[in-house]
Design a protein around this ligand. Structure first.
Ligand SMILES: NC(=O)c1ccc[n+]([C@@H]2O[C@H](COP(=O)([O-])OP(=O)(O)OC[C@H]3O[C@@H](n4cnc5c(N)ncnc54)[C@H](OP(=O)(O)O)[C@@H]3O)[C@@H](O)[C@H]2O)c1
Length: 332
């Protein structure tokens, strides 16, 4: 493997707590196994699940490295046995189950995707986690159809900015919630038809008003807590609700009669523990349906800020502060 070094920089959380627990350490460069590629990482996206892992609330699944980071962009530098899709030197982006905050990362080649033309390393590194998550939850599980009304909470999150753009690109009417006027304006600039400042407006009443009393056909929720009964109120008859996180609380008292009477479907999913084969199915759908949109510039990651690798604590502090709009990325 030529000039590939034996050791590399990697970021781990030493214990759990604030951004100060993040440490740059030396680790062996991983070797690609069967079907895997080794990527020289040039950018690694920072995601809320990394923050929750740092805080001790989201341990890596069995077999995943303790190095943080769920998405990367970079250059293929080696391929393991039976890996033949990408050539050495090719730019790729990939979803990884951990290990993204490092100079090198291994990934099954089926979980990597080519980088569409015109995207920087930082933009490419900001794509996989939210695009995989939005595709599998909004389109696979949520069955969003053109002409439907889609409500997304956390409209300016990494997930939210992706969901707004993709839902619009596939012909939905989009309503987004966010916690400030500035964030609402950003949602509208991204194409949302309606943006609701949940601090000054009741989102249930605002959704009803925006839909002529009908409600939203599909709701993507990361908040939980009292949003669960309120989502049941905001949903249309036969509406679907997809739960991807519980930033407020996973426990709440709910009157389920609303779910029954409105014939609602409430589902949810996590991405990280899924097998490479399951993630590969999502990757192929993205490549088929969404990569042409990226190539045409019809959707693009919304970049909040880029930090140098060694400034990872500053990157996490930015996410902890909650003022970001779109994606935070580490540049290597
Ligand atoms: N299930 C899955 O497969 C999966 C995969 C990836 C991510 N996720 C989850 O999706 C969520 C978004 O991830 P991300 O990386 O896009 O995060 P992010 O950019 O940090 O976004 C979090 C958003 O949630 C809003 N929010 C509402 N209530 C909040 C609260 N109590 N605490 C903190 N934020 C709150 C914030 O906006 P306002 O200021 O407008 O409130 C913010 O925009 C995270 O909860 C993450 O764990 C789930």
């Amino acid at each position: 493997m030529g000039q590939i070094p034996d050791m590399m920089r990697a970021i781990i959380a030493e214990g759990s707590g604030g951004p100060e627990v993040l440490k740059v350490v030396q680790r062996p460069v991983p070797r690609p196994g069967d079907g895997e590629i080794l990527v020289r990482v040039k950018a690694a996206g920072v995601n809320r699940p990394d923050v929750i892992q740092r805080q001790g609330g989201y341990p890596p699944p069995p077999g995943a490295p303790d190095i943080l980071g769920l998405e990367i962009a970079g250059e293929v530098v080696a391929a393991g046995p039976s890996a033949g899709r990408f050539s050495v030197g090719q730019p790729v982006m990939a979803l990884v189950p951990g290990g993204g905050y490092a100079d090198y990362a291994v990934v099954h080649e089926s979980n990597a995707l080519p980088v569409p033309p015109g995207l920087s390393n930082e933009e490419a590194g900001a794509i996989p986690e939210t695009y995989f998550t939005v595709w599998t939850n909004v389109f696979d599980r949520g069955h969003l159809q053109a002409g439907e009304t889609f409500l997304v909470h956390g409209g300016t999150s990494g997930i939210g900015t992706t969901a707004i753009q993709l839902a619009k690109a596939f012909g939905a009417t989009v309503i987004a919630t966010a916690g400030s006027q500035e964030k609402c304006d950003a949602c509208l600039r991204l194409g949302a038809d309606v943006a609701i400042n949940y601090r000054t407006q009741d989102f249930v009443a605002a959704v009803k008003e925006a839909t002529g009393g009908r409600g939203a056909d599909l709701i993507l929720d990361m908040v939980g807590g009292d949003y669960i009964p309120r989502n049941y109120e905001a949903a249309a008859q036969d509406g679907r609700i997809v739960q991807i996180a519980f930033l407020q609380s996973p426990k709440v008292e709910v009157d389920f009669r609303r779910l029954m009477v409105k014939r609602l479907t409430h589902t949810g999913s996590t991405l990280r523990p899924r097998s490479p084969a399951e993630k590969a199915v999502i990757a192929r759908a993205l490549e088929d349906k969404v990569w042409p949109l990226l190539a045409q510039g019809r959707c693009r990651p919304v970049m909040d800020s880029t930090f140098a690798f060694e400034d990872v604590a500053k990157a996490h502090a930015r996410m902890d502060g909650g003022e970001h709009i779109g994606k935070i990325v580490l540049s290597l």
